[in-house]
Design a protein around this ligand. Structure first.
Ligand code: ATP
Length: 392
């Protein structure tokens, strides 16, 4: 009898001929994320992925915490396994499991069997009945069957081997990371952009991040905060590269040359242009931001349209229709909230105009940007050549 983690996956099971590619990717991600937690065998078996510890001592809670963060997994069960598929094997596992549950004070149970190996001579219902009866006899007086509200739902899975468990922990859902192309996230130190990145990564898109840093107006701590946020999101993805782009000179130039009510928008458009170039350098197909309609002046519909107009790549804004409270809820769930609310300055807030334009006209913004024509290309190239890449 061995301990085993059974991985249940959802959507990828319906991907037809591509199914094995998605499964293999999920197996790879699991292997990668288990590093540092011990030695494990990770393998596929008829619609499940099994993670088997090779050592006696594993921190079960830590492993479950890691596994339930991996995109593509909908549930993780911790149970026991016997090599053979037989009534004797099922009985050994079931009795062992229910004895442990009795010690925890459990008395009522129900047996449910999944028989993916149809060669097994008994039907699922017959297995349920026979194992139920066996447990009642073996644990006489200590347990009873309750088919409506059992304290323990004892699950038996008959695949190439026999598995028994009773608790399934909810997984992150979504699609296996890296199965849906690559995109660049414009990551600031706020609440929204880490959530936006997490949401797109959850759909299987591999992400890297671009952060615009404006020393001395933004401190080293502000930069570390952004890297910390990327690390939090990386707990779901298995690592994120953060491109830290020096932005002070560009910001000062905009401040000196352009109308102040247009500062934020022009700055945002230049951020987009630089991010698009970095994305191309990395073979990425799209940009991601944390904007939602109407949240601040630079996020009115008109502003978003003017921002998009400067790049060719599609810009994904997964939070577009979300209220702040809804975004906060997700950021708490994925554990970025506490870091996001740390009070370090943001390069956008420092140069914020007193009266920002809320209904910008593209022609007017482009006219102002022409004031930067003779310097901006060189400045953008310099910023990209001086950017620092931090592995989060
Ligand atoms: N310094 C920066 N570096 C990289 N991206 C940025 C930066 N500042 C803003 N962005 C991008 O622009 C979007 C809008 O920024 P803005 O400051 O208007 O919104 P916000 O509500 O503060 O967003 P967030 O909470 O993500 O900071 C952010 O979600 C982010 O994607």
């Amino acid at each position: 009898m061995n301990n085993v983690f059974l991985i249940k996956y959802g959507e990828i099971a319906i991907k037809g001929k591509n199914r094995y590619l998605f499964e293999n990717r999920l197996v790879d991600t699991i292997r990668k994320n288990m590093k540092g937690l011990g030695q494990f065998i990770v393998r596929k078996e008829q619609g499940r992925i099994l993670v088997e510890p090779m050592e006696e001592e594993v921190d079960k809670d830590l492993v479950i915490d890691k596994l339930t963060r991996i995109f593509g997994i909908i549930g993780v069960a911790y149970g026991t396994k016997e090599e053979e598929v037989s009534m004797e094997a099922i009985k050994r596992l079931a009795l062992h499991h229910m004895k442990e549950k009795c010690q925890e004070g459990v008395i009522s149970f129900k047996v449910e069997t999944r028989r993916s190996d149809k060669r097994f001579p008994l039907q699922s219902m017959e297995v349920n009945a026979q194992i139920g009866e066996y447990l009642l006899n073996e644990l006489e007086g200590k347990v009873k069957v309750d088919v409506h509200h059992p304290e323990v739902l004892l699950m038996i899975e008959l695949r190439t081997h026999t598995y028994v468990y009773s608790t399934t922990y909810k997984g992150a859902g979504g699609m296996p990371y890296g199965t849906n192309g690559k995109a660049s996230l414009l990551l600031s130190g706020g609440i929204d952009s880490p959530v936006a990145g997490w949401m797109v990564a959850k759909r299987g898109v591999e992400i890297d991040a671009v952060y615009f840093h404006s020393p001395p107006y933004t401190s080293e701590r502000a930069k570390e905060k952004v890297v910390d946020l990327a690390k939090k999101v990386a707990e779901y993805t298995g690592g994120i590269r953060v491109h830290v782009v020096p932005f002070t000179e560009i910001q000062m130039a905009i401040y000196e040359k352009c109308p102040h009510e247009q500062l934020t928008l022009i700055m945002r458009r230049i951020m987009m242009r630089i991010a698009e170039r970095i994305a191309r350098m990395n073979g990425n197909m799209a940009l991601i931001t944390g904007e939602s309609i109407g949240q601040v002046a630079s996020q009115t519909l008109q502003s978003l349209v003017v921002t998009d107009n400067v790049v060719e790549m599609p810009v994904f804004r997964p939070l577009i229709g979300f209220d702040k409270e809804e975004i906060v809820q997700i950021s708490k769930k994925i554990d970025t909230f506490e870091t996001s609310i740390l009070p370090y300055e943001d390069c956008c807030t420092i140069f914020v105009p007193k009266h920002p334009e809320t209904k910008p006209k593209l022609e007017s913004i482009e006219r102002s940007e022409r004031l930067l024509d003779d310097i901006i290309e060189e400045m953008m190239l310099k910023a990209i050549s001086e950017m620092e890449i931090v592995q989060a």
